[in-house]
Write a new protein. Structure first.
Length: 200
C-alpha cells in the first residue's frame, strides 16, 4: 500500500510539473507576472516538498527496521534509553506514558518541510488566480467605457481569457494532492515507529 501511495504521489507530482510548465508559458504569453510567479513557486514547492517527505519516510523506514531487528536499535531507541538513564541517575521513577507522549511530540515536531508546504499550495495557487482575475477585470473597464463597443462584445474578449487565470489554481490543487497523498503514508510510518518503540 505504501508503494502505491508513493507511486500515485510521484505521478501526480509529475503531472503538476507538466501543468506548471504549461501554465507558466501561458502566463508569460499573456504577461501575467503574478500568475507566472505563483506557478514557479508551486513547482518549487512540488519538488522540495516531495523530496523532503521522501527523506523523512526513508528515515522512518530505517527506524522501523532497526526496532524490529534483534537486538533492537535505532536513534529513537537510543534516545529513549538515554532519557531512562538520566531519570534513573536522578533517582526518579519513569512515567512511561509521559515518555511516550514526549517522543511522539518530538517526532511530530520534526521540521519536515513537506508537511508545512502541503497547507500553502492551494493558497499560492489562489494568489496566481486572483492576480490573473485582476488583470482580466482591468482590461474590461476600458472596453465598457467605449460607446462604440456593445457590452457583450466588450466582455467576450476578457471572458475568453478567463481559462488562463485558473492555471495556478489547477497546479496548486495537483501539488496539494501529490504531497497530501505521501504525507498520509508518512503519518502511518510515524505511528508504526512509535508503536514499535513502545513495544521495545
Amino acid at each position: 500500500m505504501s508503494r502505491l501511495r508513493w507511486g500515485l504521489g510521484a505521478a501526480l507530482a509529475l503531472v503538476a510539473l507538466v501543468a506548471a510548465a504549461s501554465s507558466l508559458q501561458t502566463y508569460v504569453g499573456h504577461k501575467l507576472w503574478l500568475g507566472g510567479l505563483a506557478v514557479v513557486v508551486l513547482a518549487a514547492i512540488d519538488l522540495t516538498g516531495f523530496v523532503s517527505l521522501a527523506r523523512a519516510r526513508r528515515r522512518l523506514a530505517l527506524e522501523i527496521d532497526a526496532l524490529a531487528a534483534e537486538p533492537p536499535g535505532g536513534a529513537l531507541l537510543a534516545e529513549r534509553r538515554q532519557r531512562l538513564k538520566a531519570i534513573h541517575a536522578a533517582a526518579g521513577r519513569p512515567d512511561l506514558d509521559t515518555l511516550a507522549a514526549a517522543t511522539a511530540a518530538s517526532e511530530l515536531g520534526r521540521a519536515y518541510l513537506g508537511k508545512y508546504l502541503v497547507a500553502v499550495t492551494v493558497l499560492v495557487g489562489l494568489v496566481g488566480t486572483f492576480g490573473g482575475l485582476m488583470e482580466t477585470l482591468r482590461s474590461v473597464a476600458p472596453l465598457l467605457a467605449d460607446e462604440r463597443v456593445t457590452t457583450l462584445k466588450a466582455l467576450a474578449g476578457p471572458l475568453a481569457g478567463l481559462d488562463v487565470t485558473f492555471g495556478a489554481s489547477l497546479v496548486g490543487i495537483l501539488v496539494t494532492l501529490a504531497l497530501a497523498l505521501v504525507q498520509g503514508d508518512l503519518a502511518l510510518a510515524e505511528e508504526e515507529a512509535l508503536a514499535r518503540l513502545e513495544e521495545r
